[in-house]
Ligand binder design. Structure first.
Ligand SMILES: NC(=O)c1ccc[n+]([C@@H]2O[C@H](COP(=O)([O-])OP(=O)(O)OC[C@H]3O[C@@H](n4cnc5c(N)ncnc54)[C@H](OP(=O)(O)O)[C@@H]3O)[C@@H](O)[C@H]2O)c1
Length: 219
């Protein structure tokens, strides 16, 4: 049985991905900060093959320590860096806390998790990293400057790792998607008409189906 670790796996896109992998006989490890919501998703998806681990991916020491412990127990085949946050608005309106939250989660959190897993993933026969970026990693957008900056950074990180690990059996891909109907938008008023957002299950299905292709996934 293969194992997938999904950050931000308790909600939104991460939860839909977790559901699909669990349905397809993968062992799933859900990572997030809110243990109650992780446990609830674990129960919903099937407590036997789904495990929940509380890690704040912004915290380097916590990521390093907990991932070291976890990787002695589980052999992880796929890391999905999905956890992310967004704050939106004109640049002058951001507090330092909001800027740090976006950069520390989306950029540093992805780097910390990847660094903690990459040697282990290289030992797996079909090790894989899937980075959930966004169309915000492809072009600039009004009132999204910090979020877009974080997603461009994720893209640069992903593209560099692809070159760095191209001679290995480790596969590294990115997924770029537009707006999805998830709890992501309940923290802000950035999107007025939520009816045009795509259900996350649809995006999760495409990512699952295309995970073994070499090209990035753009939806
Ligand atoms: N929704 C969209 O329109 C959209 C479009 C394109 C791309 N994306 C990207 O898709 C990914 C998933 O987002 P979503 O839409 O599914 O939103 P979501 O439901 O809000 O999911 C984000 C997840 O990230 C986790 N998370 C946040 N900070 C964390 C931290 N410091 N440590 C560990 N986990 C953390 C959250 O769990 P806890 O709060 O429990 O930690 C949550 O489960 C994000 O990277 C987002 O940027 C979203």
């Amino acid at each position: 049985m293969k194992t997938v670790l999904i950050t931000g796996g308790a909600t939104g896109l991460g939860k839909e991905l977790a559901k699909l992998y669990a349905q397809n006989d993968y062992q799933v490890i859900l990572v997030g900060r809110n243990l109650d919501s992780l446990k609830q998703t674990k129960e919903e998806l099937g407590a036997k093959i789904v495990h929940a681990v509380s890690i704040d991916i912004q915290n380097y020491e916590e990521v390093t320590k907990k991932m070291q412990e976890l990787l002695t127990v589980y052999s992880v085949d796929i890391l999905i860096n999905n956890a992310g946050v967004g704050h939106f608005g004109p640049l002058s309106d951001y507090s330092k806390k909001m800027i740090d939250d976006v950069i520390d989660t989306n950029v540093k959190g992805t780097i910390y998790m990847t660094q903690a897993c990459i040697s282990h993933l290289q030992t797996r026969p079909q090790g894989k990293i899937i980075n959930i970026i966004s169309t915000a990693g492809l072009r600039g957008k009004k009132n999204e400057s910090i979020y877009v900056a974080s997603k461009f950074a994720m893209r640069g990180f992903t593209e560099s790792l692809k070159v760095e690990y191209q001679e290995t059996n480790l596969s590294i891909i990115a997924a770029y998607m537009g707006g999805m109907d998830t709890p992501f938008w309940s923290q802000n008023n950035h999107i007025k008409d939520k009816s045009r957002l795509t259900p996350p299950l649809h995006i999760a299905q495409v990512i699952y189906d295309k995970q073994n292709e070499k090209e990035d996934i753009i939806l």
